[in-house]
Design a protein around this ligand. Structure first.
Ligand code: NAD
Ligand code: TDX
Length: 334
């Protein structure tokens, strides 16, 4: 059991859900959250957690001197911090290169220097996309074929992790997860954007023809899978995390509209995302059979309802980011 872990990006959406998960389920583990609090980071996400078990360090993963100060004494790094939004990466790739590639490199070097176990949080997007009628899903053997500046920066980071394992013997694992939903997700992302639009009296916006498929997983299931890999995964291996949640965007939007009491057609079609990946689909067999992991949230509609309720109850949390996010989308014609 790791006693003392660093969670980078622990004030973002998935990282903060993981910190909550560890604080609740593994009280023997101390968490140091390292986060730069970019536009996507929010200290409120980890508010109220026990101060003797969750410590916050404000800083950048690219800062090697800071890493020299905080990494020694920890037994694992779980690396969530990243620029995470595809549309932003298309508008301006630079921060993606810095945080996702250079940041991963700095962390790997610190892990090597202080002999610390390292887990890389990655995405199914490194595998590119599938045709809608393809009977295959992504497996750990699928070739890397990223499409966007975001996914290619994540793919580059994964390659560095593999090289640091093979060349230096660093104790690494990688997980590639599908699309997460749940509380604390930034309002730029698909589900929170549409829910908060409806709460604000703005019509939801659907890209292209709405038939792109994403493989949805509740963020708590992502956390339990990462914990399983961190504690029981085989060193040097890659595990794919998914919960059989394939759905197209139009269906998800229809679900949201129905739950929120809106007519089925109360949304706008907007400009498609350039290079928009058609479909993601994860085969989680390795994770399930090797590590005995199972998702808890298998009913998407009920998870979605809880998520909608969370945004309805937590306007104070999302309100500060809403206007600027929509202004950015408006400029992009989306
Ligand atoms: P997010 O944008 O909500 O949060 C990212 C966090 O990282 C923020 O708190 C931000 O302040 C921090 N951060 C960014 N750059 C940093 C830097 N240079 N130094 C320190 N902190 C920095 O992202 P998310 O959606 O929670 O994604 C977290 C991780 O999970 C990412 O690595 C992403 O690629 C991966 N992932 C996300 C999904 C998804 O559906 N959102 C799916 C699979 C994998
Ligand atoms: O307003 C919108 N309308 C719309 O139709 C937005 C914001 C998105 N979309 C579409 C684009 C995608 O097909 O919805 C789908 C989901 O979009 P995002 O929430 O931007 O997610 P995606 O691009 O699929 O990437 C997400 O999952 C994989 C995360 O943001 C990544 O960090 C993760 O790696």
């Amino acid at each position: 059991m790791p006693k003392n872990i660093i969670v980078t990006g622990g004030c973002g959406f998935i990282g903060s859900n993981f910190v909550h998960y560890v604080a609740k389920n593994h009280p023997e583990t101390h968490v140091t959250v390292l986060d730069a609090l970019t536009y996507a980071g929010n200290i409120e996400n980890i508010k109220g957690l026990p101060a003797d078990r969750v410590e916050f360090v404000h800083g950048n993963i690219c800062d090697a001197e800071l890493l020299d100060k905080i990494v020694p004494g920890h037994d694992a790094i779980v690396h969530y911090a990243a620029e995470s939004h595809n549309d932003n990466s298309i508008a301006d790739p630079e921060p993606f290169i810095q945080s996702n590639i250079v940041g991963t490199y700095r962390l790997l070097e610190a892990a090597r220097k202080y002999d610390v176990r390292y887990h890389q949080i990655s995405t199914d997007e490194v595998y590119g996309d599938l045709a809608l009628d393809d009977s295959h899903r992504f497996t750990p053997e699928s070739p890397y074929r990223p499409s966007s500046p975001y996914s290619s920066s994540k793919a580059s980071a994964d390659m560095l992790v593999r090289a640091w394992h093979r060349t230096y013997g660093l104790k690494t694992t990688i997980s590639n997860c599908s699309n997460n939903y749940g509380p604390y997700q930034h309002v730029e992302k698909f589900i929170p954007r549409q829910v908060t639009n409806i709460l604000d009296g703005i019509r939801p916006k659907l890209y292209g023809n709405g038939l792109n498929v994403r493989d949805w997983i509740h963020t708590e299931d992502h956390s339990s899978a990462v914990w399983a890999i961190l504690t029981k995964g085989r060193i040097g291996e890659t595990y794919l995390i998914g919960a059989n949640g394939e759905r197209n965007n139009l269906d998800v939007l229809h679900d949201i509209l129905r739950v929120m009491g809106q007519p089925e057609d109360a949304f706008d079609w907007v400009r498609d995302r350039p290079g928009h990946d058609r479909r993601y689909a994860i085969d989680p067999t390795k994770l399930m059979t090797e590590l005995g992991w199972k998702p808890k949230h298998t009913d998407f509609e009920s998870g979605l309802k809880q998520t909608i309720q969370w945004y309805t109850d937590n306007e104070d949390w999302w309100r500060p980011a809403k206007a600027a996010t929509e202004a950015k989308y408006k400029k992009q014609g989306q």
